[in-house]
Structure formats: structure tokens, C-alpha cells
Design a binder for this molecule. Structure first.
Ligand code: SAM
Length: 212
């Protein structure tokens, strides 16, 4: 079956699983996931499952990514910070849904491959940096939206500080045995937290997360 048909089926599957945000569904219909996964796994790219990347990392399950993007309710004008570039796939989806995307990956070979794939698809509005995402990217703060694609013991404090008033963040929090996807909202005075779903992500490794 041709990749385009498989992609369409995945989008139908996401819609049937409760994804209603038309912009999110359109982004999934447009971004070619098969180019982001390692080449031998391309035939499986449109299964609703996480898949292995180099260095023991993973590209997240499409439904988990779609739920995250739906909760964030992006309108197109946001400045977004993603922690955990991995393959670059979620960064590409974010670029379809927001204005500017900044993404940090701690493993250089992953960041380099992601850059190549994103460039080949003209996603030049995605900025990638190699480093520890728990320290944020102060140069471009504040961010309207922050998305973490790896789970730490807590929401990193520096990332909370780099959120714009009115901003929102989705972060998996927990260890190998139990994790929850948490939505954090920041107003001028307070920060609120809401648990969205149980989840399973690779560990967030860094100064304000798990040790190496
Ligand atoms: N968003 C990715 C995608 O679409 O392919 C999936 C990311 S994968 C589930 C999580 C990534 O977070 C891994 O590539 C891992 O190396 C990275 N990571 C873990 N701790 C990090 C940190 N402190 N800073 C930046 N990246 C980190």
C-alpha cells in the first residue's frame, strides 16, 4: 500500500480515537512520518505505535502525540519549545500548528539526522539545539507553549520560568513504573496543574531530571 493511503488510515484511526481538532488531523495528514523513522522501519511508520530510533530512543506513539497537540489547542501564532527532538517528527507537526518551533535534543546524532530530514521537507522554521533541555533555551523565551517528549521526576523549574503568562506546558512526569501526562497553565499570578492521561515515555536525562 502506498504511504499516502497508510497515512490517511492513521488519521482516520486518530479521529476514531477521539482526536477532533481539525488542524491536528490535517498536520498528521501532511507530515510524512515514514521519512522520520529509520529507513528499515518506514513500512511500519503509519502504525499507531512508538518505534525505535538510534541510541535506544523512540519516536512516540501517534495517538499520544495527537492527544498532546489537541490539549495544547495551538492557533498558529505561538512560539513553542520542545524538549526531546528525537526524530524531529513532533517538531514538524508543531511547525504546522504554531509560528516558531525551538527544539532541544541531548543526543547529537539524533539532532543531526532530524535537521537533515526537516531541511529536506523545508521545515526551516524549526530551530534545533543540542544540549540539556531541562535548562530551557533562554535566548528565545518566553514560550507560549512548552512540550516535553521525555519523562522527568518533576516539571523542570527553569522551563516553568521560561513560560509566557497565559502559556501552557505538557510534560510526562514519573519514573519507569508509572508516569502521568501533566498540563501546566501559567497565568500572571499562578500556575495550575492538571493530569491528562497515564503515559509511557523514555527518561528525561539532565541537570533538573534523572541522572545519566
Ligand atoms: N519528539 C520525538 C519525535 O517526534 O521523534 C520523540 C522524542 S523521544 C520519545 C525523547 C527524546 O528526548 C530522546 O531523543 C532523548 O534523547 C531526548 N532527551 C532526553 N532527555 C533530554 C534532555 N534533558 N534534553 C534534551 N533531550 C532529551
Amino acid at each position: 500500500m502506498h504511504y499516502e493511503r497508510r497515512r490517511k488510515r492513521l488519521v482516520e484511526e486518530l479521529a476514531a480515537a477521539g482526536i477532533r481538532d481539525e488542524r491536528v488531523l490535517k498536520a498528521f495528514a501532511e507530515v510524512p512520518r515514514h521519512l522520520f523513522v529509520p529507513e528499515p522501519l518506514a513500512p511500519r511508520a503509519y502504525e499507531n505505535t512508538s518505534l525505535p530510533l538510534a541510541e535506544g530512543q523512540t519516536i512516540s506513539q501517534p495517538l499520544t502525540v495527537a492527544r498532546t497537540l489537541q490539549v495544547l489547542a495551538l492557533k498558529g501564532e505561538e512560539r513553542v519549545l520542545e524538549i526531546g527532538t528525537g526524530s524531529g517528527y513532533q517538531a514538524a507537526l508543531l511547525a504546522r500548528l504554531a509560528d516558531r518551533v525551538f527544539t532541544i535534543e541531548r543526543i547529537e546524532v539524533l539532532a543531526r539526522r532530524a535537521r537533515r530530514v526537516l531541511d529536506s521537507l523545508d521545515f526551516y522554521q524549526v530551530n534545533i539545539r543540542v544540549g540539556d533541555g531541562t535548562l530551557g533555551w533562554s535566548r528565545y523565551q518566553p514560550y507560549d507553549v512548552i512540550v516535553l517528549a521525555a519523562a522527568g521526576p518533576e516539571v523542570p523549574r527553569t522551563l516553568l520560568e521560561q513560560m509566557a503568562p497565559g502559556g501552557r506546558m505538557v510534560a510526562p512526569v514519573g519514573d519507569n513504573s508509572s508516569q502521568q501526562l501533566v498540563l501546566v497553565r501559567r497565568t500572571a499570578q499562578t500556575t495550575t496543574r492538571e493530569v491528562i492521561d497515564p503515559c509511557r515515555f523514555v527518561p528525561l536525562i539532565g541537570k533538573d531530571a534523572w541522572p545519566k
